[in-house]
Ligand binder design. Structure first.
Ligand SMILES: *Cc1c(COP(=O)(O)O)cnc(C)c1O
Length: 425
């Protein structure tokens, strides 16, 4: 397997940005822009890092489908032994179509599961329902009884742990809509054990996303551990601990050491669950795919309004909404490597969408970009296309997967006919 010296597989070769030896400018020629580009090698490397850390711990990595739900990537991750964390019937169908054998390694999270989604998951014999409320538990019991099935469940507990991240992606405080307050959990498990069609089998927690310190994960799991011990004392056979996802990356850094970083995370988790005799489930999303992907875009125009310089790209917030939604930072690299003497200029990089929030960078010093130049928005493999919209009636980009130097188109660019297909007039 290729080992990447940088945290990202996008590096200059012969002064042109490349991914596993594939020239990004050539991809732009062949597939057009904006274009999502993913490195299969980089995803494999990240999955391998996590699996190596837990080599001696019974575990399953249930990749969080919502981070990047491309069928080709799901199939590849299933091939590496991953299960999946899903949050909708649509995501369940993605797993069925890409990797049906992995259905039995699916955990189903989410605060608003609908009956058709519950039924589909019951029929798919998934591993675990992460139940987020008592009301959901009742519905699940009814649907399972009707179907003559038994649903293995974990309650998703809310541990009331603070984790430093953007407020929109923090989920582990009592004020958030997620999970069941951990103090109430024991009582709810007791009730669950009496319900037909329900088998309490695990405890689950997910405290948020893009969390860069290890401590909140350890704190949350420590609380989960105590609960597991109490539940076992109550006679329940708790076999799974689901630690959720949420481990972050460093978007701004050229030197982020993913291996060392994940080693610290894994060590903390192993320490907390040591001797508990459970099968560990983890739900990584971003860590596996974010840095494996880039969004390639072409500069349409540049302009100056007063003192401000704008670089207007053919990609927009509908293609990659993270800057607009979370004030997220994405590194931007020109595809043609600038010479070290090229002066930087302070620019806003913006898309064509009619919103002032449609920006990729503000007041950022970048080498001069001119109309027609290509640039790559890095770390776009997670929460990129999966969060895309058709706002301004814009088609979604194509996606290519580069696997050991082989280029594969895994999603064609949408056409306007694709967009209009559902409309009746
Ligand atoms: C979003 C989500 C994840 C994945 O989060 P990452 O930050 O991408 O690792 C895992 N589990 C649940 C329940 C989620 O909602």
């Amino acid at each position: 397997m290729t080992a990447f010296s940088s945290p990202r597989p996008f590096v200059y070769a012969d002064h042109r940005l490349a991914c596993s030896g594939v020239d990004l400018a050539a991809l732009a020629e062949e597939f057009g822009t904006p274009l999502y580009i993913y490195s299969a090698d980089a995803i494999r490397e990240r999955a391998g890092m996590l699996q190596a850390e837990f080599a001696t711990t019974p575990h399953t990595l249930c990749y969080a489908v919502k981070a990047n739900s491309s069928l080709a990537i799901l199939r590849m991750l299933a091939g590496l032994g991953c299960g999946f964390d899903i949050v909708s019937g649509g995501e369940l169908e993605r797993v069925r179509r890409s990797s049906p054998a992995a259905l039995r390694a699916v955990v189903f999270s989410g605060v608003g599961k609908q009956t058709w989604e519950i039924d589909a998951a019951l029929h798919s014999e998934i591993l675990l329902f992460n139940v987020e409320s008592e009301a959901e538990l009742e519905v699940l019991s009814q649907r399972a009884s009707l179907a003559g099935k038994t649903a293995r469940i974990a309650l998703r507990v809310n541990p009331d742990v603070f984790a430093e991240t953007h407020p929109y992606i923090s989920t582990g405080l009592r004020e958030h809509k997620f999970g069941i307050a951990i103090e109430r959990a024991r009582q709810v498990y007791r009730h669950a054990a009496t319900l037909p069609g329900i088998e309490p089998a695990g405890v689950s927690v997910h405290i948020g996303s893009q969390i860069r310190s290890v401590e909140p994960f350890a704190q949350a799991l420590q609380r989960v551990r105590s609960l597991v011990e109490e539940l076992r004392a109550d006679g329940l056979s708790i076999r799974y601990v689901d630690g959720g996802g949420g481990f972050g990356i460093e978007y701004g850094s050229q030197t982020f050491d993913a291996a060392a970083s994940i080693a610290a995370y894994a060590a903390a988790i192993r320490t907390v669950i040591q001797g508990l005799d459970v099968h560990l489930l983890l739900e990584p999303g971003r860590f596996l795919v974010a840095q494996a992907g880039a969004l390639l875009t072409r500069v349409l125009y540049t302009k100056q309004n007063g003192a401000k310089h704008f670089v207007i790209t053919d990609a927009a917030m509908n293609d990659l909404i993270r800057p607009a939604l979370y004030q997220a930072h994405h590194e931007i690299l020109p595809v043609q490597e600038p010479s070290p003497e090229t002066p930087g200029i302070v620019v806003d990089v913006v898309g064509p969408v009619c919103e002032s929030g449609d920006f990729f960078a503000r007041d950022r010093t970048l080498p001069e970009l001119r109309a027609g130049d290509l640039a790559a928005l890095l770390d776009a493999g997670a929460y990129g296309l999966s969060l895309a919209s058709h706002y301004n009636t814009r088609v979604n980009p194509a996606e290519v997967l580069i696997d050991q130097g082989q280029v594969r188109l895994i999603r064609r660019r949408e056409t306007l006919d694709d967009l209009f297909a559902p409309e009746l007039f």
